[in-house]
Write a protein that binds this ligand. Sequence first.
Ligand SMILES: [Zn+2]
Length: 403
Amino acid sequence: MVERFQKILDNGLKIWFDPKPLGDCKIQLNFSSGSIDETIPSTAHLIEHIQGCTSTIYGNGSLAYSNSNAYTSLEALGYYFGCIVPEDFEDGLELIARVFDRPDLKIMERERAAVRHELLGKVNPFNALNESIFTQLFPNHAKIMKSISQELEGLPRITEEAIIEYWNKFYDPRNAVLYLGGELPENVEELVGNFASTPQRSPLESFEHSWPMEPDLSKRLEIIEKLNDKPVASINIHYQIPLFPHDTDIRDWLVYGALIGYLNKSHGPLYSKLRDSLELVYRLNIETHGSGRAGRLLFSCETGNSSSWPEIESAWQRTINDIANIGIPNAEYEMQKKNYRINLIHNSQSFDITGMESEFKNGITKQEITRSILGITSEDIRKKADEIRKKNYIISVVLPKNA
Ligand SMILES: [Zn+2]
């Protein structure tokens, strides 16, 4: 079997080939631009709708049976056809190439209405709360990000010129990656030759973003709101963390992953306190988030006993303290390494865009990641918990409306 590889066309388009005997294929076109790059809020999103229709990702085209979608985030745009049968690969390639076409302004008003409808669905107190937490955690990123109300306010102001200007700047082959995975036809390298005629248009030399730095939270903050219809309380604890690859290296990032894996364990230290002894929480989750350089570690859970949230906060703190003081048992981390190996096996049997991104964008090979994982010790995890316990955080508690 051919290993995954990258090819860069003369126009700058990067193509990632990920051939695997999976039975089906996936075609994805990503751009390293997003809403951060627009001058009128919602422009990038509106173009995503227009190009999504043109490529039939949205609509009833011949690949309507597939798992296809498009998205716009702060710093990225993507279009994909997933779960397509191999005989449709060539069609999929032709359709996704239309994303580079000049936007069809005839459908602009129809899609403006669709975006508006989508945004209105996001106007609710939970979103407002999330925006307010984000602003307190990352005030400098909040200044350059758009809130839902700013998106709604910008939408009617988007002109045809603004659409063409954005498209012209950012829908450039130098700013894009085409991922091709799964059961690829033998002549796949010949087929992608069609993309060689996609012209460079952008006046820009570089598509890099410059992100602001954020001050550390100066104290613990508490936000309590009564919004839940159900008689449950949702508790979230948010920390600022450095984000890979901007602010930290792969090894440090993997140590975060190892600690999070331990905390999420269904019979790990958090569940044993919160579920088995206190009988307060039956589902919890720890994860990382990031956009730009705003990295976040988030602990979240729900409890049916809404007045118990201070106990939950203190159980979380005790858990982090315990790990910071005594580390985690070696056997625990050995188990995690096995878990990691299993993940590697699964990734080798699936569409691994993340793995290719780490290799071809960030320059970190599978072998390096494996070496780092195997090199992590329980002392590294102890130190990471120690770092976290010294940080301030925001705790947000959403109580039942009638609490
Ligand atoms: Zn949309």
